[in-house]
Design a protein around this ligand. Structure first.
Ligand code: 5RP
Length: 220
């Protein structure tokens, strides 16, 4: 099965976790694009979606799914999103698509994070995928120097401006043995908007992992 088919299969399987009459948190990226199509098939039974990026918002609206402001919603029971890497504790690296800040906000606000991935995203240790960090532009060289002190090799993602008007550094060469510690450490640097480590409060509750032999479910 090719990766795109695995992404599609896991996206449709996430519908089992959607409760009628609720507002759904929706992530971003190519896997979530399949999920949005799946969600459109049950759009009349949900109250709408809160979206983590301009691109997901556009797709949701084009399929007739109402997009609501997180501030106007009483509760988000389920947030569905993918990841660039996920470990056995369901801690993740996210932000490959530069939508990490709004993704982390909705993940924090939601009761349950359902992570939908194909099996290539499952890793023993986080860090092979360069860790994305959204930063305020004027802090770029300061934060770059601090990340080098932490053992990373930060690279400026040239040409990318986030939906919030900021820039992204992708940090290579990190062997993340303690994701919670690293998330806290990077969060404490002035100028960091969001680090793409989802380990402290925003690790997934359920991972649906698409394999060639079916969907594997891990519940924390
Ligand atoms: C976007 C993300 C995505 O979830 C992550 O990059 C995975 O994307 P894809 O489904 O395209 O592989 O964090 O900011």
């Amino acid at each position: 099965m090719i990766q795109e088919e695995l992404k599609k299969a896991v996206s449709w399987s996430a519908l089992d976790y959607i409760l009628p009459g609720t507002v759904i948190g929706v992530g971003s990226g190519s896997t979530v694009a399949h999920f949005i199509y799946a969600l459109a098939s049950i759009k009349n039974s949900i109250n709408g979606a809160v979206s983590s990026s301009n691109s997901s918002t556009k797709q949701l609206k084009s399929l007739g799914i109402p997009v609501l402001d997180l501030n106007e919603v009483d509760e988000v029971i389920v947030y569905v999103d993918s990841a660039d890497e996920i470990n056995c504790n369901l801690q993740m690296i996210k932000g490959g698509g530069a939508a990490l800040t709004r993704e982390k906000i909705i993940a924090a606000a939601a009761k349950k994070f359902i992570c939908i991935v194909d099996e290539s995203k499952k890793v023993e240790q986080l860090g092979k995928f360069p860790l994305p960090i959204e930063i305020i532009p004027m802090a770029r060289t300061y934060i770059t120097r601090e990340l080098v002190k932490l053992g990373g090799l930060p690279k400026y993602r040239v040409g990318t401006i986030t939906d919030n008007g900021n820039i992204i550094l992708d940090v290579h060469n990190l062997h993340i043995t303690d994701p919670v510690y690293l998330e806290k450490t990077i969060n404490s640097l002035p100028g960091v908007v969001t680090v793409g480590l989802f380990a402290i409060h925003t690790a997934a509750n359920i991972a649906l992992i698409s394999t060639t032999t079916g969907i594997k479910t891990i519940i924390k």
